[in-house]
Design a protein around this ligand. Structure first.
Ligand code: FEC
Length: 307
């Protein structure tokens, strides 16, 4: 019996309880423990969204939905493994499981649409390093899927739904956002900012939007310069210019988690309320069947490159 084709689905990961926050944060900071103030600040944010992030649950549902679709496709048998960047099950553990199961070839997919040397590339590096150590599997990577027609359709529908919440949608500003990264990525010609722009432009074209722009959210708490403009500054500027109706589409994220439920729903929403603005956020893709159809198509397409 031929072993299944492996699919390594990778996502950010989240602490499963408040007790795990310190280890998680230390992992994100590449082994440097956060100061007590930084740690408390992060714990406070998790508490504000109910104590834990729904990210693990949603990621799991996404991975299961992808596997189910792949195995209905008649293109062979697939087994999905889930690997997280910053918490268990870690990417290396998932690769070890694949090797253990005798998986010789696998596709990797990161649950983030845009490629960056500081995001997707690091997921791929973690997978490659473990596979090199163990001798297999051989990976083909999906680098980005930010212009997949079904993704653009789905986001366009999400934006259209949010626009319906305004009495007149014509004057509403649509802001496409993604997680900020240190500005030094620009020096290596990183495609991340261009890819965000391409997604937003494609959604705007599909909907005939003209009043739209881009913002960066959730920048790290470090000294170095991060990609801007920050979405909070964008909201302030729009308000000053008399534009008070805004839809935020967190384009770089595919699930409800801290950066959406806190940074957008609490922080941006709090600012908007204090300025008397009307802010809506597009619903996250989560385990929407249309989203899982699109991701499994992306995997199937990439699996064609397996020898
Ligand atoms: O719900 C949750 O518990 C997890 C939410 C979560 C997601 C996420 C996605 C991305 N991040 C990206 C880059 C960075 C860089 C740093 C950084 C720091 C944090 C911290 C938390 C956190 N991130 Fe994250 N990120 C999530 C959570 N992220 C918590 C640490 C405290 C803080 O700054 O708020 C800075 C690291 C450093 O200090 O050196 C850089 C990128 C994404 C989107 C792509 C992806 O999902 O991989 C890029 C979800």
């Amino acid at each position: 019996q031929t072993p299944p084709i492996g699919v390594l689905v990778m996502a950010y990961g989240t602490p499963r309880s408040l007790e795990e926050v310190e280890a998680y944060y230390t992992h994100i900071r590449r082994g440097r423990a956060p100061s007590p103030e930084l740690l408390q600040n992060l714990i406070d944010r998790y508490q504000a969204i109910g104590g834990v992030s729904p990210l693990n649950e949603i990621t799991r549902a996404q991975a299961e939905g992808i596997e189910e679709r792949l195995n209905k496709s008649n293109q062979g048998s697939f087994k999905v493994y889930l690997g997280m960047k910053h918490n268990a099950p870690f990417i290396a553990d998932a690769v070890a499981d694949m090797a253990q199961d005798g998986v010789s070839h696998a596709v990797t997919l990161v649950l983030a649409p845009h490629y960056s040397t500081m995001s997707v590339a690091n997921y791929q590096k973690a997978a490659n390093e473990k596979a090199t150590e163990l001798g297999h599997p051989d990976f083909v990577h999906v680098d980005s899927w930010h212009l997949e027609p079904k993704f653009i359709e789905l986001l366009s529908d999400r934006v259209a739904e949010a626009l319906k919440l305004f009495p007149s949608k014509d004057a509403v500003r649509v802001l496409f956002t993604a997680h900020s990264l240190p500005e030094r990525i620009l020096q290596v010609g990183d495609p991340y900012p261009t890819q965000l722009r391409e997604t937003g432009d494609a959604v705007a074209a599909a909907l005939g939007l003209t009043n739209y722009s881009f913002g960066w959210q959730s920048a790290g708490r470090t000294e170095e310069k991060w990609l801007g403009p920050d979405v909070l500054d964008v909201l302030r500027e729009l308000h000053e210019a008399g534009e008070n109706d805004v839809v935020i589409c967190p384009t770089g994220f595919v699930s409800d988690h801290l950066e959406v439920l806190y940074d957008v729903d609490i922080e941006c929403q709090g600012l908007a309320k204090s300025l008397g603005m009307h802010l809506e956020r597009t619903a996250s893709l989560n385990a929407d069947p249309r989203f899982l159809d699109l991701l499994s198509d992306v995997v199937l397409n990439r699996a064609k490159d397996i020898p």
